[in-house]
Design a protein around this ligand. Structure first.
Ligand code: ATP
Ligand code: MG
Ligand code: MG
Ligand code: MG
Length: 564
């Protein structure tokens, strides 16, 4: 590519909204352009990077035996009602109506759609296992879109979904995808770590996240440097072992849930620390159904736990957000994904909860110290809520260290959560109908670009690995339009590298040498060849890798081989 025929648009200063180095650099290098909160255009230079990431992801998915398809971004509400997530997913789900007033959402994930396909297409055990994947635009109406493409609202995900006759088959594919993910992140040159993780709103049993290690990451990982132990502390908190039980609270009147008679029963039932995380209250709800209200704080962990609650099978149901808002006189729209936000409403809810229990004592409502973790498949994870560096590792193999990470991938053993709810069954050898086992596997393709830069930059700009770079080699002629010798040498090298299949950028723009050199460093091209009259007289050009502190003189005749 000739820079004069391409579109480079670099900035000296990053727009003030950018906080993280990667976000600043992506804007300054002209990789992305902001349209609105959480919405970014991938500019030509950035799109080249994104496509390189996508290609590696596709190659590894194909190698692992996954089959590519493409599902619609817009999904009918009915499917989400079937799985139970229409109510439960909350405000992160962008909902819309068509001209016939039918409800739809813009897919934040595709379990429902793929399960619908498979339940209609697959009849027999002979057709299983199957593993489908797509690379597609997702939409999540994030509470706080930030850090550019790292926490965007519209973003690109590779999502895969596998279907099986039995758990062993699921475990085999899960391991295959786990290995493929390691391969993807290794090929991209990232420093990463797989960690045991919570299943969040996707649900299921076991799961691992792939965390790119970076100080600016939003997640905290506890790991043992001398053993494989590593967990997102979200999970560690989520599966904290039981601490002393609360004293039994008063009777919960008007609740028909079998086995849940007291606050203590409820807490035990929910396996959640009500006081510190979610305030819960059971009331008679819409249409005579008991309703579980969850009130979350402003802590993301709370959302995760609250979301998990919805996976618990019980006669309790969630009220429509508007019904909950009405019941508590809250402002329409003030309800978060699964509960109220804001102190005033929370306090009212606690009071309402106290009213429900005989005696109406609010102290009965504030219960503490009960564990979580009904469906976690990572038994070695312990209570790390107050963990500090140097604490004993839960696996007894050493001491713990803490680091921060950016979640770039997440694999889940869904088991039968969706197949059961949506009736994805097959006929076994004996002609008996059985529910399929499922797994799902996500990679944040667009987030990877931000995460990679967060790990690799210096004061001059981005440092791309060859695998991700928009161009691997940049030819920077000193005076392309002034010196015939320089132009001839640059053109010849450009032609030779192009013919050899190298992704080469010839910066033939009519700019000062300082601008060309600074841009080349800012956009992170890994290999640079500077061609000038002085060197040419001695038959040499200057080669410098992006991480090198000085240039090396290389004979013009050798340079093409040198940079390949
Ligand atoms: P997070 O904890 O960061 O909100 P998540 O756990 O909600 O992510 P998953 O449902 O596991 O995300 O989705 C799979 C992958 O999609 C994540 O591992 C992440 O890389 C990517 N992803 C999720 N949300 C976003 C977002 N808002 N912007 C960009 N990528 C995202
Ligand atoms: Mg999320
Ligand atoms: Mg997460
Ligand atoms: Mg996740």
């Amino acid at each position: 590519m000739r820079a004069s025929q391409f579109f480079l648009s670099t900035l000296k200063e990053a727009p003030s909204e950018a906080e993280l180095p990667s976000h600043k650099l992506m804007l300054r290098a002209g990789l992305i352009k902001r349209l609105a909160s959480g919405l970014y255009s991938w500019m030509p230079l950035g799109y080249r990077v994104l496509k390189k990431v996508e290609r590696i992801v596709r190659e590894e998915m194909d190698r692992a035996g996954a089959i590519e398809l493409l599902m619609p971004a817009v999904q009918p509400a009915e499917l989400w009602q079937e799985s139970g997530r229409w109510e439960f997913y909350g405000k992160e789900l962008l909902r819309l109506k068509d001209r016939h007033e039918r409800e739809f959402c813009v897919g934040p994930t595709h379990e429902e759609v793929i399960t619908d396909i498979v339940r209609k297409e697959v009849r027999s055990y002979k057709q299983l296992p199957l593993n489908f994947y797509q690379v597609q635009t997702k939409f999540r109406d994030e509470v706080r879109p930030r850090f550019g493409v790292m926490r965007a609202r519209e973003f690109i995900m590779k999502d895969a979904y596998s279907f099986h006759t039995d758990f062993d088959s699921l475990k085999a594919t899960y391991q295959g995808m786990y290995d493929a993910y390691c391969q993807v992140f290794t090929r991209l040159g990232l420093s990463f770590r797989p960690v045991a993780a919570d299943t969040g709103s996707i649900g299921g049993t076991g799961s691992h996240e792939f965390q790119v290690l970076a100080d600016s990451g939003e997640d905290v990982i506890a790991y043992c440097p001398t053993s494989p132990y590593a967990a997102n502390i979200e999970l560690a908190e989520a599966v904290a072992p039981a601490t002393p039980r609360p004293a039994a609270g008063a009777e919960l009147a008007r609740v028909s849930t079998p086995g849940v008679k007291t606050i203590a029963d409820l807490v035990e039932f929910l396996k959640v620390d009500i006081r510190q995380t979610i305030k819960a209250v059971v009331v008679e709800g819409v249409e005579g159904e008991p309703v579980l209200l969850l009130v979350r704080g402003d802590h993301t962990l709370n959302e995760v736990k609250a979301e998990k609650l919805a996976g618990i099978k019980s006669p309790l149901t969630f009220a429509a957000p508007s019904a909950i808002e009405a019941a508590f006189g809250a402002k329409p729209g003030s309800l978060g994904p699964v509960g109220f936000t804001g102190r005033v409403v929370a306090d009212r809810t606690v009071a309402a909860m106290a009213d429900m229990v005989a005696g109406g004592n609010e102290d009965d409502v504030h219960l503490t110290g009960v564990n979580w973790g009904r469906d976690c498949a990572e038994p070695e994870v312990a209570d790390l809520r107050n963990v500090v560096e140097g604490d004993a590792s839960p696996d007894g193999q050493g001491v713990l260290a803490l680091c921060r990470g950016i979640e770039v991938g997440h694999v889940f053993q869904l088991r039968t959560k969706y197949s059961e709810a949506m009736g994805a069954t097959y006929l076994d050898r004996d002609g008996k109908q059985q529910v399929m086992e499922m797994g799902c596997y996500g990679i944040g393709v667009s987030r990877i670009v931000g995460a990679a830069i967060e790990q690799n930059f210096d004061e001059r700009g981005i440092i791309f690995t060859d695998a991700m770079a928009p161009f691997t080699v940049s030819i920077v002629p000193m005076g392309y339009r002034r010196s015939e010798a320089v132009q001839a040498a640059a053109d010849a090298l450009y032609a030779e590298l192009k013919a050899a299949g190298v992704d080469v950028l010839l910066d033939d723009r009519d700019e000062r040498p300082g601008v060309l050199l600074a841009d080349c460093e800012l956009i992170g091209i890994p290999h640079r060849v500077v061609i000038g009259d002085r060197g040419l007289k001695e038959g040499v050009v200057e080669y410098q890798a992006r991480r090198d502190s000085a240039a090396t003189s290389v004979p013009l005749t050798d340079i093409a081989a040198w940079v390949q």
